[in-house]
Write a protein that binds this ligand. Structure first.
Ligand SMILES: Nc1nc2c(c(=O)[nH]1)N[C@H]1C(S)=C(S)[C@@H](COP(=O)(O)O)O[C@H]1N2
Ligand SMILES: [Mo]
Length: 233
């Protein structure tokens, strides 16, 4: 088991929060209703939400989707594929994943639109353990995380994927990951904004270089470092 990781994430300052209200909102029409800053909360205007974006609030999480329905999870038929520029393409069952060394960590989660959830307890498998089995080829430089929720996808460099607190999570806060949070597995990379944390991952394709993900095709930075990317910092 890995040690819990607590990366030094910069909390949202008043300036960043105001900057987001003043500057960020135009590019983020879908996110307007969900401002959470350290200064407090502006009440959501639910009628501004497009139908694709649902919001379930109690825990502080906002549930985001891009399709009309969420993928369902059948443990018997579900498979995770790891393919592309690897020496050994893998097809893993849910049981295979759970049988691998389990990593645990407590990390904060930040959406680029300004809300955060602190101290999320994650359990899952390190990407580096998966890659140790699949063996990326010498020319490999990126990973594409393909969601069962089409057309959601995002990518990391190989280097980013090897950061110590990056995982494919199957547990959240002591329970199996719930459907709305991406069951059975989602990517967790606490150093980066939520949009890199792909839900319902069903395929990891090793590529030469990172590809543009769903939100990157819509103008967001490919490197989504918390507090530094998308105009912060
Ligand atoms: N498949 C998929 N993954 C996704 C998204 C999405 O719409 N679809 N939204 C992303 C964004 S922008 C955020 S902030 C987080 C939100 O996680 P949650 O829905 O578990 O709260 O999921 C990320 N992963
Ligand atoms: Mo987000």
């Amino acid at each position: 088991m890995d040690d819990p990781q607590q990366p030094d994430l910069r909390p949202y300052g008043r300036r960043a929060f105001l900057g987001m209200l003043l500057g960020g909102a135009s590019a983020l029409f879908w996110a307007r209703p969900v401002w959470h800053g350290i200064e407090g909360v502006l009440s959501p205007a639910a009628d501004l939400l497009p139908s694709q974006v649902r919001s379930i609030v109690p825990s502080g999480w906002r549930i985001y989707t891009v399709a009309d329905t969420m993928p369902t999870f059948d443990p018997a038929s579900w498979r995770l594929r790891i393919d592309g520029l690897v020496e050994r393409p893998l097809t893993l069952t849910y049981e295979d994943l759970r049988a691998m060394p389990q990593a645990r960590q407590v990390t904060d989660f930040h959406c680029v639109t300004g809300w955060s959830v602190g101290h999320v307890r994650w359990g899952g498998v390190r990407i580096r353990h998966l890659l140790a089995r699949a063996k990326p080829r010498a020319e490999a430089g990126g990973l594409a995380f393909v969601s069962a929720e089409r057309p959601y996808v995002d990518s990391l460099t190989l280097r980013q994927a090897y950061l110590s607190d990056v995982m494919l999570a199957y547990d959240m806060d002591g329970q199996r990951l719930r459907q709305e949070h991406g069951a059975p597995v989602r990517l967790v990379i606490p150093e980066m904004y939520g949009y890199k944390n792909v839900k319902w991952v069903e395929r990891i394709t090793v590529t030469r270089a990172p590809i543009d993900g769903y939100w990157e095709q819509r103008g967001y930075d490919r490197n989504a470092w918390v507090g530094r990317s998308n105009g912060y910092g």
